[in-house]
Design a binder for this molecule. Structure first.
Ligand SMILES: [Zn+2]
Length: 318
C-alpha cells in the first residue's frame, strides 16, 4: 500500500515535470486523425491516453502536430521510476527487517544499513536524473511535438472515372465480423452462367449463385438505361487472392480489405464492374442501375458494388 502511494506521488511529480506542449487548434473541415493509443502493440501500465491530434491550417499550409512519441517516452520513464520506487521501498523494508533481526550484531547491522543507504541512493539517482539531464542540456528533457506536412488524398481519373485515394474496398466501418466466407463448393463460373452481363475480366471467374441472380437484374437494368456492355472485373476472391492484393497494397486496410472472411469479395458479396466502353457518364449510368436494384457503391471506388442483402458496412454510399 505504501509503495503504491509512493509510486503515484512520484509519477505525479514527474508528470508535472515532463508536461508536453499543447496540440494546435482543431479545424473541423479537415480529416480527423485516429488516436493510435488503442492500437499500441506494447502498452505501458499506468500510461495516460495520448492527446488527440488534429490537422491544422496556417495560411495555405496544412500540418499535423503530434507529440505521441514524447508522451510514450513519458509513460516509459514514469513506469521505470515507479518500478525503481517499488524496489527501493522493498529494499528499505528488507534492510529494516535485517536490522531488527541482527540483535545488535555489528556485522549484520552494517549489512542492513548498506541495504537502506543503497536503496535511498538509487532512488535519489533515479529522481535526480531529470535534474541532471536538464542541467546538461534542457533539450534532453523537453519533448517537442513533431510537425508533419499534410498530403491530401490524390484524385486521379482513369478511363474517365474519378478515383480518390484512400478508398474503402475494406471492412472499415463494420463493427466486428458480419460476413462468412463464401462456400466454394457452390460457386459457379461466370462464363457458364447467364447473368446478362457481357464481359468477364475477373482473374477468378467464379461467383456465388445468389450474387449471380442479383447481378442478372442489374445488367438488365443497365442495358435498359443505355449501358452498351457491362464488364465484370472481379467477383469472388479466394483468401489467397485477397491476401496477395492486401500485401500488394502495403497492408493498407483503407485500400484493400484484410484477408478475412469479412472481406466482401471473399464473402462473395461484392463485384467490381465497369460500363464498357469505359467513361465517367457510363459509370454513373451503371451506378444508377445498381442502385435501382438496391446495391451500394463505395464512394472512393467507382467500380465496387455490394448487393442489398449484404449488411451495410460502409458509411459512404453515394
Ligand atoms: Zn471490390
Amino acid at each position: 500500500m505504501r509503495s503504491s502511494i509512493f509510486t503515484i506521488i512520484i509519477s505525479f511529480i514527474l508528470g508535472l515535470f515532463l508536461a508536453v506542449a499543447p496540440a494546435l487548434a482543431v479545424d473541423s473541415s479537415l480529416p480527423a486523425i485516429d488516436n493510435p493509443f488503442d492500437s499500441l502493440q506494447v502498452k505501458i501500465p499506468g500510461m495516460q491516453r495520448f492527446s488527440d491530434a488534429a490537422l491544422s491550417r496556417s495560411g495555405a499550409n496544412i500540418s499535423f502536430s503530434t507529440n505521441w512519441i514524447g508522451e510514450y517516452d513519458m509513460g516509459v520513464y514514469n513506469f521505470g521510476i515507479a518500478i525503481i520506487g517499488i524496489l527501493a521501498v522493498l529494499a528499505i523494508a528488507i534492510g529494516g527487517v535485517m536490522w531488527i533481526m541482527s540483535f545488535g550484531n555489528p556485522g549484520r547491522v552494517g549489512e542492513a544499513k548498506e541495504w537502506i543507504t543503497g536503496a535511498i541512493l538509487g532512488l535519489v539517482l533515479a529522481l535526480g536524473s531529470y535534474i541532471l539531464l536538464n542541467t546538461i542540456n534542457a533539450d534532453l528533457v523537453r519533448m517537442r511535438p513533431i510537425q508533419l506536412g499534410y498530403v491530401p488524398p490524390k484524385t486521379e481519373t482513369i478511363d474517365g472515372i474519378s478515383i480518390t485515394e484512400g478508398g474503402s474496398d475494406s471492412t472499415a466501418g463494420i463493427g466486428g465480423t458480419v460476413r462468412d466466407c463464401a462456400d466454394e463448393a457452390t460457386l459457379i463460373d461466370l462464363n457458364k452462367t447467364n447473368t446478362h452481363c457481357d464481359i468477364f475480366t475477373a482473374s477468378d471467374p467464379r461467383i456465388t449463385p445468389r450474387l449471380a441472380a442479383e447481378l442478372t437484374k442489374v445488367c438488365d437494368t443497365a442495358h435498359q438505361l443505355g449501358v452498351q456492355q457491362v464488364e465484370i472485373n472481379s467477383a469472388f476472391r479466394t483468401m489467397e487472392h485477397q491476401r496477395r492484393l492486401y500485401e500488394d497494397s502495403g497492408r493498407n486496410s483503407r485500400k484493400v480489405a484484410p484477408p478475412t472472411c469479412n472481406a466482401p469479395h471473399v464473402a462473395g458479396v461484392a463485384i467490381d464492374a465497369y460500363a464498357y466502353p469505359r467513361s465517367a457518364t457510363g459509370q454513373e449510368t451503371l451506378k444508377r442501375a445498381f442502385q435501382a436494384n438496391g446495391w451500394q457503391r463505395y464512394c472512393a471506388e467507382a467500380w465496387h458494388f455490394q448487393p442489398s442483402y449484404d449488411p451495410p458496412g460502409n458509411a459512404c454510399s453515394p
